[in-house]
Design a protein around this ligand. Structure first.
Ligand code: ADP
Length: 170
């Protein structure tokens, strides 16, 4: 089941939340900063030992002080106009995040709108990639939460999900 919510991802009671991380796994602004603040300093210490993460890939850590047991740090691409393989990298980033979750037997997972903040990915195209990946993995989880951070983003996600479902119906 995919649900679309508009909230702060750090508050969600799920097995794993996904972070829109940077390649250094150093913690930054946006959702990354919020997750590091809510998880506490142990998260930063743990991440320092993970040796970074390539764009399109994902690494997992405990959630420490978060309600979520795990944080999956996925590195989305920085938008460069579309000619830098960004769409494949964004798709890979969601796929690798789900693979990390499955390896830990995660049943409920929440994901932010990766790359659409500071990294500048156009939101409609990013929503299509994100929700296509969520639909591909839907049957492996009890619950996938698409965690938007504005009502506008949540509306776009609802519209996009309805379109994707319509395309494959009948
Ligand atoms: P990126 O660098 O991958 O673009 P950002 O953190 O800048 O990452 O933005 C990614 C998305 O996360 C944006 O849609 C932003 O609105 C959203 N976001 C920011 N803070 C939070 C939060 N606390 N919970 C959920 N989503 C958030």
């Amino acid at each position: 089941m995919i649900s679309i919510v508009c909230t702060d991802i750090t508050t969600l009671q799920v097995d794993a939340i996904v972070n829109a991380a940077n390649t250094g796994l150093r913690g930054g602004g946006g959702v990354d900063g919020a997750i590091h603040r809510a998880a506490g300093p142990q998260l930063q210490e743990y991440c320092q030992r993970l040796n970074g993460c390539r764009t399109g890939d994902a690494k997992i850590s405990p959630g420490f002080d978060l309600p979520a047991r795990w944080v999956i740090h996925a590195v989305g691409p920085i938008w460069q106009g579309g000619g830098g393989n960004e769409s494949a990298l964004l798709a890979a980033c969601y796929l690798n995040a789900f693979e990390q979750a499955l390896a830990k037997r995660v049943k409920s997972i929440a994901l932010p709108c990766i790359s659409t903040g500071a990294y500048g990915y156009p939101k409609p195209e990013a929503a299509t990639i994100a929700l296509t990946a969520m639909r591909d993995f839907e049957s492996h989880f009890d619950k996938i939460v698409a965690c938007c951070f504005s009502e506008e983003d949540a509306g776009l996600y609802r519209q996009t999900l309805a379109r994707l479902r319509g395309e494959t119906a009948g």
